[in-house]
Design a binder for this molecule. Structure first.
Ligand code: GLC
Length: 478
C-alpha cells in the first residue's frame, strides 16, 4: 500500500507536541511492515529544516480562493526511515514557528491562509505527480479539510475513490473560521456547503469528521470520551460513530531507548536499571538543584489547563507544607501566568522544587532517565506519550484516570499493576497519589520490581501499526 500522511508536524523536523512524535514514527513502522508510507509537511524555516539536505522536486502554483500562490516541493534527503516532502510556500511558511511566532509568543495571524494553502498545495502536487496513493491520512484540524477537498473540489476529482482518514489528536482545536471563508477553498458544488459548516462557522475538524472515510483517535478511551464531549462536536461524532475507531499510539522504541539514548548521561538496560537510573538521577538533581535522596517526581509538557499544569503549584505547595519527603521538577512552556507562579514557587521552595520553563528535547530525555516518578495530572489526555516514554526509562507514571492514560497505566492495586492512577482532578487526589509514590519508593525491593516491570512493557508502534494496516485494508476493500 501507498500511504500518504499529511500533517503540520513531524519529528524531528517540526515538533510542538505528541502529534510530531506520532507522524515521525508511524510511517517508519508502516515501512517496516513492507508498505510505503510518506509524509508531507510544510517547509517551516526552522534550523532543522533549513539545514537538512533537500532536493527540489516540484515547482508550481495553486489557488487560494481566486488568488494563485507559488509553491515548491522538496524531498528531504536526510530523512532515512520514510520519504519526507516539505512544501515551501513563501509568504506563509517562511517563518520559524509551527503555530506560534517564537519572537512574540503569539499565534500567527494568518493560520487560516497558511493551513488552507498548505492543504491545497499538497493535493495539487499529489495530483500532478500522479502518485496514486492508496490512502491519504490527515492529522488534526490543520489538515482536516483534505478529506472534504478530495470528495468535493472539482479540481481534485481524481481523489474521489481514494480513501481518506482523519486522526484526531486533540478535539479541542478545531480550525474554526468564518462561514465566508469557504471561498478560500478550490471550487466545489455549493449545494454541499453544509459539509463545511458547524454551528454557524466553517469548522475544519467538523468538515473532516463528516467527509473522511474513517475517523480515528489516539486511544479507545478518548474516543469514548469524545462521543460524550468534544467541545461542541460530540453530537456530530455520535452521528458518525460507525466510522470512528480508537487506536492507541505507540512510541518509537529506537528513539526512546535508554540503552542507546545519546541525550542521557548514562545508558542502561532493565538489568542495570538500578545503578543506571541512580547515576542519571544524580546528574538530574544537580542540574535542577533538588535533593537526590528523595524520590523525584517530574512533569514534562505544555503548561496548559488540559494537561493539568495549573494543579501542580498547589500540589507542590501542599506536599512541602505537609513535609512529604519528595523532590519536584517541571519542564515545559505555556501559559505565561503559570510561568510566573512556577518561578516564584521555585524561589520559595529552593531544593524541593525546580523548573525550566522551556521546550527542551534533550533535557526531557534526561528527566525520563533520572526521575523516579512522572506526574501527569491531565484534565484531558487523548493518548499521552510521556507516560509511555517514562515507563520505557523505568520511571513510574502517576496519572489521572482519563483518556489514553487510563488505557495504558494499570494501578498498583490491580493484578500485575505497575503505576499510580488517581480519579478526581483535585489537589487532594493528586496528593494522595504522590503519597502512594513515596510509600512505594520506600519499599526498595517492590519499587525495583515495578521499575523492571514498566521497562518490560511493550508500547512500541508494532502493535498499533497492525491496527492501522487493517483499517487501511478495510477501507480499500470497501
Ligand atoms: C496530542 C494529545 C496527546 C497525544 C498526542 C499524539 O498532543 O494531547 O495526548 O498523545 O497528540 O497523538
Amino acid at each position: 500500500m501507498n500511504i500518504v500522511h499529511i500533517s503540520a508536524e513531524c519529528y524531528p523536523y517540526a515538533k510542538a507536541g505528541g502529534l510530531g512524535d506520532v507522524v515521525g514514527a508511524l510511517p517508519k513502522y508502516l515501512n517496516q511492515s513492507r508498505h510505503q508510507a510518506m509524509v508531507i509537511l510544510p517547509y517551516y524555516y526552522n534550523e532543522r529544516l533549513r539545514d537538512a539536505e533537500k532536493s527540489l522536486v516540484y515547482e508550481g502554483q495553486a489557488p487560494l480562493g481566486v488568488e494563485p500562490f507559488a509553491f515548491r516541493v522538496y524531498k528531504v534527503d536526510d530523512s532515512k526511515d520514510f520519504d519526507l516532502y516539505v512544501i515551501d510556500i513563501p509568504g506563509r511558511f517562511d517563518r520559524p514557528g509551527i503555530y506560534i511566532d517564537p519572537w512574540s509568543g503569539h499565534a500567527y495571524w494568518d493560520e487560516k491562509e497558511r493551513f488552507i494553502s498548505y492543504q491545497v498545495a499538497a493535493l495539487e502536487w499529489l495530483k500532478i505527480e500522479d502518485f496514486k496513493p492508496d490512502i491519504i491520512h490527515s492529522h488534526d484540524h490543520h489538515t482536516a479539510l483534505i478529506p472534504f477537498m478530495m470528495g468535493q473540489a472539482f479540481r481534485f476529482e481524481n481523489f474521489r475513490e481514494t480513501p481518506s482518514i482523519l486522526t484526531i489528536h486533540n478535539g479541542e482545536y478545531q480550525g474554526r473560521y468564518s462561514r465566508d471563508d469557504y471561498d478560500l477553498l478550490p471550487a466545489f458544488n455549493l449545494e454541499n456547503i453544509g459539509l463545511l459548516d458547524w454551528d454557524g462557522a466553517l469548522n475544519s475538524l467538523a468538515a473532516g469528521i463528516k467527509t473522511a472515510w474513517s475517523v480515528t483517535t489516539v486511544s479507545e478511551g478518548y474516543m469514548e470520551e469524545l462521543l460524550e464531549y468534544c467541545h461542541g462536536l460530540e453530537q456530530l461524532l455520535r452521528h458518525e460513530k460507525e466510522k470512528t475507531i480508537g487506536i492507541v499510539n505507540g512510541i518509537d522504541s529506537d528513539v526512546w531507548n535508554p540503552e542507546t539514548d545519546q541525550y542521557i548521561g548514562h545508558n542502561y538496560s532493565k538489568k542495570s536499571s538500578k545503578t543506571g537510573k541512580s547515576k542519571n538521577k544524580k546528574i538530574l538533581c544537580n542540574e535542577f538543584e533538588v535533593d537526590p535522596k528523595s524520590p523525584v517526581f517530574s512533569f514534562i509538557g505544555r503548561l496548559v489547563r488540559e494537561k493539568g499544569a495549573d494543579l501542580l503549584p498547589s500540589l507542590i505547595q501542599k506536599c512541602s507544607e505537609e513535609g512529604v519527603d519528595a523532590s519536584f521538577i517541571v519542564l515545559g512552556t505555556g501559559d505565561p501566568s503559570l510561568h510566573e507562579v512556577f518561578d516564584k514557587l521555585s524561589d520559595e521552595h529552593f531544593g524541593y522544587f525546580d523548573t525550566r520553563l522551556e521546550y527542551n528535547e534533550q533535557l526531557a530525555h534526561q528527566i525520563y532517565a533520572g526521575s523516579d516518578f512522572l506526574l501527569m495530572p491531565s484534565r484531558v489526555e487523548p493518548c499521552g506519550l510521556n507516560q509511555l516514554y517514562a515507563m520505557r526509562y523505568g520511571t513510574i507514571p502517576v496519572v489521572r484516570k482519563t483518556g489514553g492514560l487510563a488505557d495504558t497505566v494499570k494501578d498498583l492495586h490491580e493484578k500485575s499493576g505497575y503505576g499510580i492512577v488517581f480519579d478526581e482532578f483535585s489537589v487532594g487526589d493528586a496528593y494522595r497519589a504522590v503519597e502512594r509514590g513515596v510509600e512505594l519508593f520506600a519499599e526498595k525491593a517492590l519499587f525495583k520490581k515495578k521499575v523492571e516491570k514498566v521497562m518490560s512493557l511493550d508500547y512500541s508502534w508494532r502493535r498499533s501499526t497492525e491496527k492501522y494496516i487493517s483499517l487501511y485494508n478495510s477501507l480499500i476493500k470497501s
